[in-house]
Design a protein. Structure first.
Length: 254
């Protein structure tokens, strides 16, 4: 039995942390904590509840907290980590979280970065099997990432090994822009009208999935992904060009 299947501590019991707990508790001893008192929710799910020190002292520690909270959480977790512990984050950006873990964890601590490319809504709709999870290794800590990837396979997930920078470049062109477009349409008061084609309804339905995510996550994805501003700028330029074309402006040959 691996240490994953024995004892896991999860810091953060929001949407991501709860999904992790639901996924792991049938085969793992799971203990969770949160800045809010969600002990009754944990009890209802069948997992343990503890303070930060209790969760951080488990053999494996999973951080499922807002991206902006990671530095403070790492500082709180670091003094309680076991020497043989493996720490994993779940942030939607990877360059800065990987840097924060390297800077704030004890020297020699084992850690890996992950980004589940799915959420509770995806799992409810399609199940867990075959869902993809990005796995990033820090220099000199490839073994930790290997162990995370191996466990992900045992869960039925498809791990994708990727460098933090490559991950963030891809996410800037996909997740960040999807959030940006969805929030811009909402700000403009544009939703699916009565007269739409099936393909248009699917586009609006896909964008509506971002409504379940917090404004905090949206802001962090745009602010903390080092490539998001560039992707947003490219989108803005393309929109201006298409608007000019639709209006019969210069350079608009059809």
């Amino acid at each position: 039995m691996s240490r994953w299947e024995a004892d896991v501590g999860i810091v953060g019991f929001g949407r991501c942390g709860r999904l992790a707990a639901e996924t792991l508790y049938p085969t793992c001893r799971v203990t969770v904590t949160d800045v809010r008192d969600l002990s009754r929710d944990a009890e209802a799910l069948g997992v343990g509840w503890s303070d930060l020190a209790g969760v951080a002292s488990r053999p494996w520690v999973l951080l499922a907290v807002p991206i902006r909270a990671l530095p403070l959480v790492l500082d709180g977790v670091a003094p309680h980590l076991r020497g043989d512990a493996l720490l994993v984050d779940t942030a939607s950006v990877k360059v800065r979280p990987m840097e924060w873990m390297a800077e704030r964890l004890p020297a020699g601590a084992a850690f890996a970065g992950t980004h589940p490319l799915f959420g509770p809504d995806s799992v409810r709709e399609a199940g867990l099997a075959g869902q993809r999870i990005a796995v990033c290794a820090a220099p000199g800590r490839e073994e930790a990432a290997d162990e995370v990837a191996a466990f992900a396979r045992r869960l039925g997930l498809e791990p994708v090994r990727v460098e933090p920078e490559a991950h963030d470049r891809d996410m800037a062109r996909s997740q960040a822009l999807a959030f940006l477009i969805a929030r811009a349409l909402k700000r403009a008061g544009i939703g699916p009208p009565e007269l739409t084609t099936p393909s248009e309804r699917r586009v609006f339905a896909a964008l509506a999935l971002t409504d379940a995510d917090s404004s905090e996550l949206y802001e962090d994805i745009l602010a903390l992904n080092p490539f998001a501003a560039e992707a947003a700028g490219s989108l803005e330029a393309a929109l201006r060009a298409e608007i000019a074309r639709a209006s019969g402006g210069p350079g608009t040959s059809l």
